[in-house]
Design a protein around this ligand. Structure first.
Ligand SMILES: NC(=O)c1ccc[n+]([C@@H]2O[C@H](COP(=O)([O-])OP(=O)(O)OC[C@H]3O[C@@H](n4cnc5c(N)ncnc54)[C@H](OP(=O)(O)O)[C@@H]3O)[C@@H](O)[C@H]2O)c1
Length: 239
């Protein structure tokens, strides 16, 4: 399949590009073509060292998205509106995968429109050292994205809890579960297969896109536990 990774020059994008290039034609997108080409060249050097002659390409986000079957949104939550606006006109039958998590540091912030209690911890020392899930107005990053996409474009939310450095280190054996959320079983099956294309990832169906908040919110939990307990490479595994 042709896979575009928008924000593919970034931390998590690199891991997806490297790992998926073994079985798919991967193009990384960027706001800057030269940056995309430079990252693609760097990734190809890594692949070469591992004996793979699969070639990753780099281009601008829109061109990458236009030519793809699958589009990964590997960008930060706050950059979603501009990137979706950019690709909206060329979306046709591509499946969008969101790995996006809205999280913050310093204070737990829950959208004021949400009925959930707002938590604002004021102990500065403690606060400085942990992440919180920042609940988007729609409930999750995936639901926000769904609202921005043209009708008929299918969205799957997945891969939120995989650490970027582990994914990008081809020496590392992965052993993680991947929660997959989406409204279309057809699209979810494609994402299950993509996850299985990366050795030792086990995709698990979580439910419709409305369940994405549960999976997204595990990411700050994993990061907090990892950093406080010095557990590198922590992810999620259901046993
Ligand atoms: N890091 C992880 O371990 C991890 C794990 C799971 C999920 N995620 C999720 O994956 C997403 C990306 O995380 P990341 O750590 O890979 O982020 P990142 O490295 O900080 O950023 C990814 C890419 O976003 C692009 N970007 C920066 N500013 C932008 C803007 N204003 N508009 C459009 N694009 C912009 C940059 O690409 P260009 O400059 O080339 O355009 C950058 O390389 C996040 O939503 C995160 O929650 C991350």
């Amino acid at each position: 399949m042709k896979i575009a990774i928008l924000g593919g020059t970034g931390h998590i994008g690199k891991g997806f590009a490297l790992r998926l290039s073994y079985k798919h034609k991967v193009t990384i997108g960027s706001r800057n073509v030269e940056k995309a080409k430079a990252s693609a060249a760097e990734y190809n050097e890594i692949l070469e060292k591992y004996g793979s002659d699969d070639k990753i390409e780099g281009t601008d986000n829109k061109t990458a998205a236009q030519n793809a079957d699958i589009i990964f949104l590997a960008i930060r939550y706050e950059n979603i509106p501009s990137v979706i606006e950019l690709i909206n006109p060329i979306l046709d039958k591509q499946i969008i995968i969101s790995v996006v998590v809205s999280m913050g540091r310093d204070r737990c912030y829950i959208h004021p429109d949400s009925s959930t209690l707002m938590i604002d911890v004021s102990d500065e020392d403690y606060n400085a050292n942990y992440f919180c899930y920042s609940t988007p107005k729609a409930g999750s990053a995936a639901q926000e994205i769904a609202m921005l996409l043209p009708e008929g474009i299918e969205l799957v939310s997945a891969f939120h809890n995989v650490p970027a450095h582990t994914l990008a280190d081809l020496d590392m054996e992965l052993d993680y579960d991947i929660g997959v959320c989406g409204n279309s079983m057809y699209s979810k099956n494609i994402v299950f297969k993509l996850a299985r294309d990366i050795p030792n990832l086990r995709p698990l169906d979580v439910g419709p896109i409305e369940t994405s908040a549960m999976v997204e919110s595990l990411t700050p939990l994993v990061i907090n536990i990892a950093s406080r307990n010095k557990l590198k490479d922590l992810g999620i595994k259901f046993v």
